[in-house]
Design a protein. Structure first.
Length: 68
């Protein structure tokens, strides 16, 4: 019986996918830690997710002219 070699395949995300993943994880943490009732947690997590996306996309557009 031979030992199987497992290779780690690196994850390659686009900038937007990385922003989505970051916003999802952090907004879930904020929602869990920030409010008491479950409905308030859900609303706060959704609001913070939307704000992360809005600010991230806005900053991306503001920095775009400097990338050229």
């Amino acid at each position: 019986m031979t030992a199987m070699a497992f290779e780690m395949v690196p994850l390659q995300f686009s900038h937007f996918q990385a922003l989505l993943l970051f916003a999802l994880i952090i907004s879930l943490a904020f929602g869990t830690l920030g409010r008491r009732r479950p409905i308030e947690r859900l609303k706060y997590a959704a609001w913070s997710f939307a704000m992360f996306l809005l600010v991230g996309v806005a900053l991306g557009w503001l920095m775009y002219p400097f990338s050229r």
